[in-house]
Design a protein around this ligand. Sequence first.
Ligand code: 13P
Length: 340
Amino acid sequence: MHDLAETAKALVAEGKGILAADESDGTIKKRFDSIDVESTEDNRRAYRELLFSTEGAEDYISGVILFDETIRQSAADGTPFPKLLESKGVIPGIKVDKGAKPLALAPDETITEGLDGLRGRLEEYRELGARFAKWRATYSIASDKPSEYCAWTNAHALARYAALCQEAGIVPIVEPEVLQDGTHTLEQSSKATGRVLQALYTELHDQRVELTGTLLKPNMVLSGYEASDRAGVDEVAEATLECFYRHVPAAVPGIVFLSGGQTDEDATAHLNAMNARGPHPWQLSFSYGRALQAPALKAWQGKPENVEAAQRAYYHRAKMNGAARTGMYAPEMEREAAAV
Ligand code: 13P
């Protein structure tokens, strides 16, 4: 358990956070479609190499979440990706769930699959270099959602996954994502997020999971993306903190937010505003996918001559989020960098 707690702490080291580069085949295809690049194995490999080999990113990135295909791939010079990351002091992680599927007898709700055979897969991933893992459950907000049924079945599965990870010497990141699509208010988001977290920590406790060797990867509490009068940065920071103070035990070493559908600058500003109100019982950090990658993907366009520009874009977002870890980010830093 000592090693697990050490790894969890290293993942939320001061000024650093996690890059989520674990897009499944379907998701990476969607991202590549947006820049008109075909999702072939080699294009996926080249894109991930661009991210992982960005010089200096390790100053702000503690760990990278990989997909099953990616953890088996190598850089152009033959170095396996997990080795490349380790050589920079970056901890390799792995997405192990098999996706959110329709929950039986619960229209429009999901249950995350992937427990069958998980013990064996974790053993293999550890051999391949993974030191932490991720499992994502999703919930939507409506007058009757998330249902108790959806909250508890997903909490149960998340805890089963977490226990198996700890047994395998892998730090489980538990990711209950309350989707922020729709027109809901900040209060509705807070209520749904709190409900889901309460069920999750009950199951983790009942299934003997040692919280010091885990990380939580949640959504922030936001107004719905389609709501007309959306809450600003300070309101979001305060509502999110209030919700987590109520529902997340202090034994959890870190909360690493996902970015969801936020713009990259919003995701940074929200994290910064929360850290500016610290110190808190847990480290507040990031495990962003889109909010770290979007400008890099756009700059790359699948062209080798754009690799440097894409790496600069990725480095910049990593640095901005690194600053948000200590509450030192200011939107002017975006423009200063653009002027260089
Ligand atoms: P986003 O930051 O793009 O939401 O991705 C994080 C993630 O890993 C979702 O599972």
